[in-house]
Design a protein around this ligand. Sequence first.
Ligand code: FPP
Ligand code: MG
Length: 338
Amino acid sequence: MSVLRFDMIAKLDQAEPLAEAIRSELVQVTAVFDAQLESDQPCVNALARHIEHYRGKMLRPMLVLLSAAATDRWPAGLARILPGHRVLAATVEMIHMATLVHDDVLDEAELRRKGRTINALSGNEAAVMLGDYLISNAFHLCSSLGDPRLNLALGKVTNTLCEGELVQLSNRGNWELDEPTYFEIVRRKTASLVGASCELGAELAGANDQVSRALGRFGEDLGIAFQIQDDVLDLMGTDDEVGKSTGRDLAKGKLTLPVVKLLRGECSDSRVRALDLIQSNDAVGLRAKVVESGSLEAARNVALGLVHQAKGQLACVPPGPVRDLLHTMADAVVDRSA
Ligand code: FPP
Ligand code: MG
């Protein structure tokens, strides 16, 4: 049985009908998720159980459910959440888990959500295979819906996020990385799945193209803002505060928005000094430099601007508690320390 930690819902008043409804849906999404991964091989179950502690925010499943509910007025919108949405929500979470398990191998990370990563616990071979098992199960589960459009759309997303990772990989140690390339990486590796969670959730609820696309854009903007904040935490936070291995971007030669802005905004002398900090993996010095130069604040402002833009995308959905909760979630992705 999974540990249920729906952080966003925990912040809401439990008596609220919307919080109650989403909480109960998420319990069922978790049951679908767990049932799908059940194997007749005990060693597979033992490994799959490790990822229970990876689940926390359940951001993507919540977005699937809320995007469905957002397609009609409150409270009629709740009836737009169909049994298929639980399957879709479990599918996107499983894809997300697969990417995290593989990402921790690439980043040689030892800590995630305050627990040891699969690669740290069981080695890279087990982590690669568990990631494969998760991605394979995600598409198996999605196929049970009998709607090839969903498989096609999610297959395109997994292609896109692999491309994002490959572009990122090919730019490791590229100190000339520019902002368009940074945003291209982030849009593909993170925002594509968040956007699809919203768009497909709405589509499955029977929304028209205009509403589905608007929710998709909401998710994409939110996903980019989420990744910028993730990158800020990796640079500025400690393992204890963030609950995962921090400083991995610097260690792996991955430039993120505050650092791209720092390198682009400096005169040649300061740029040489900043590059020195990066190349010698001097996290303390680099932190001081991004603060002092204003590039950290500039990156944070970009994230805040994207949250504002995301909320604007929802102008075409009916006002009410569902839209309010989507707005709250948009604020929460940049207002977090873990
Ligand atoms: C987080 O990056 C990584 C992603 C959002 C995508 C990772 C995708 C892959 C490794 C491709 C795997 C593909 C499949 C289909 C299994 P991060 O390191 O910035 O985030 P973190 O701080 O949470 O580690
Ligand atoms: Mg990582």
